[in-house]
Each structure stands twice: as C-alpha cells, then as structure tokens.
Design a protein around this ligand. Structure first.
Ligand code: ATP
Length: 270
C-alpha cells in the first residue's frame, strides 16, 4: 500500500533535550495509525515534527514521496496534511459557521456549501449550533468543531492529538463514532489517544512509543508479541471511562462502506 507519510530515523529536540530518537514509521494511505504510549514519551512531538511545527534535528520525512522535513508548517498543510493539535485551535469569537467557512477557505472553492453540508451531516450538533459563538460551545462541541474544521477540506492526512482530552466518557464515545465515519469515508488518520481501547478499535496499525523511541509497531491483534513493556503499558493505560477489554483481542468494526484499502497485511515499518 502506498505510504502517505514516512519518517526515517527522525530525531527531535527541545534545546539539548532529545525528545525523539531514531523514529522510523510509515502511515499508509487509507489506513488509521494509532500512536500510543504513556505521558511524555514524545507522541505530541512526533505529530508536531511531521506537520512542520518543530524542525527535526535529524532524519527524513516524506509526504506522498516529497521530502518535507525542514518545510514550514503552512507549506506542509498545503499538501493536505491537517494537524489538530492538543487543545482546540478554533476562533472563539466567531460563530460555528464562520469557523467552518474560514477553514474551508479557497480550497473548497465553489463547493464551500457542499463542504458545510457534508460536515453538518457528520456533526449534526454543529448544524443546530451554526450561529452560536464558538467560544460559548461546550468542551465536547468545541472538540467536534476543531475536528470539523480539519475535515471540511478533506485532508489527505488527518493528524489528531488527544481530541478526547477532558471529555466525559459519553462524548468520547460520540467523538470516536464520528472518527469512525470519517475513516469509513476513506480518510488516512494518524491518531494520538489515551483511550487505548477506542484507538485500537479504529486502528489498522499501532505504534507504541517509549522514551522517545518506537517500542512496538504492528496490527492491534499482534500486540501480544510486544513483550513486557507493551503489556505493562496496555495493562495500566485504560483511561478513565474506557472499557478494559483485553487490548490484544479488541474487535475492530469493519468499514461500513468498503473503502479501497489494500487487502494485504499492513505494516507501518518504514
Ligand atoms: P502526553 O501524553 O503527556 O501529551 P507526549 O507523549 O505527547 O505526552 P510530548 O508532549 O511529545 O509527549 O513530550 C515529550 C517530552 O518532551 C516530554 O518529556 C516533555 O516534557 C518534553 N517537551 C515537550 N515540549 C517541550 C518544550 N516545548 N520544551 C521542552 N521540552 C518539551
């Protein structure tokens, strides 16, 4: 399957602190890759490095075959890489509809209304709130709006960082149901998430980081070969409210509309 995003031996630093070391992985087109691991292991840093918010200290990053490491974030975004950072990234003083139209921008062109229609179909709550000032939405609604702002332009790669942060379990379930629909439309997603069980249900490939390095890459069903480190992370990582089923046997619902994904076994190794 065609790799959309590829990292090879990537290193990222904050000053002298090395946050990521020797990271190699790939995100195949039309796949969902879940990036997991305990707090502080570098998940957010990896997304920031891929989207150009942070310049890698070493290594190579390609997007659809084009070398992008060192590019500024706006230039990478233009290639179709949408990054929803931790926190919300909306314009709190504008209405829901204005937020969406600004995100739609010129890339949606004449199809802007069509874009809004599709987004309102994915996020019915935003339709009922379209005239409301975004800053007055509930936390869950604001998360939905930031996701909606990213998907309105149908990005080639959607990178989502802990969208469930601070949400009540019911809203987390709703958020994941929406992500599942976005996946079913054929999206490619790189997902950072503390709700491990939800992430595993959605993912084709799991990447677990440990202290800035890749500790495991494989399909969710292969987690049992991850060894003691992966086992101890999974054993203690079910975020509050998430169910505690055995992660290695988490059932993954099939896409409702079969997207043209490769049938061969996937691997995220670069
Ligand atoms: P969490 O699950 O808690 O969000 P994470 O896996 O996303 O954690 P990062 O936010 O990528 O981890 O942080 C990785 C390491 O880099 C941590 O030790 C963190 O303290 C450090 N770090 C992150 N941002 C900065 C920064 N701006 N300056 C210095 N160190 C930083």
């Amino acid at each position: 399957m065609k790799p959309l995003l590829r990292l090879r031996n990537v290193e990222a630093r904050y000053g002298r602190f090395v946050a990521l070391q020797n990271i190699s992985l790939l995100v195949p087109e039309r796949s969902v890759v879940a990036l997991l691991g305990p707090n502080g292991v570098g998940k957010t840093t990896l997304l920031r490095t891929a989207s150009g918010m942070l310049k890698p200290a070493a290594g190579e990053i390609t997007f659809d075959g084009t070398r992008i490491d060192g590019w500024p974030d706006y230039r990478i975004a233009r290639l179709g890489l949408a990054h929803i950072p931790e926190g919300r990234g909306i314009f709190p003083g504008l209405s829901v509809a204005e937020n969406l139209m600004m995100a739609g921008g010129s890339r949606n062109g004449g199809g802007r209304t069509g874009g809004l229609g599709r987004v309102f179909d994915l996020f019915p709550v935003l339709k009922t709130r379209r005239e409301q000032i975004a800053g007055t939405l509930s936390g869950g609604e604001q998360q939905m709006l930031s996701l909606a702002r990213a998907v309105i332009v149908k990005p080639r790669l959607l990178m989502v960082d802990e969208l469930s942060l601070g949400l009540a379990p019911r809203l987390v379930a709703e958020l994941f149901a929406t992500l599942e629909r976005i996946r079913d439309e054929g999206a490619t997603i790189l997902l950072v998430e503390q709700y491990v069980r939800y992430a595993l249900r959605l993912a084709d490939i799991v990447v677990i980081l440990h202290k800035g390095r890749v500790a495991f890459i494989g399909e969710p069903g292969e987690l049992s070969r991850g060894g003691a480190l992966v086992e101890s992370y999974l054993g203690g990582s079910q975020a509050a409210g998430a169910a505690t089923a055995d992660a290695t046997s988490a059932a993954r619902p099939k896409r409702k509309t079969p997207a043209p994904r490769a049938k061969t076994r996937r691997s995220s190794r670069a």
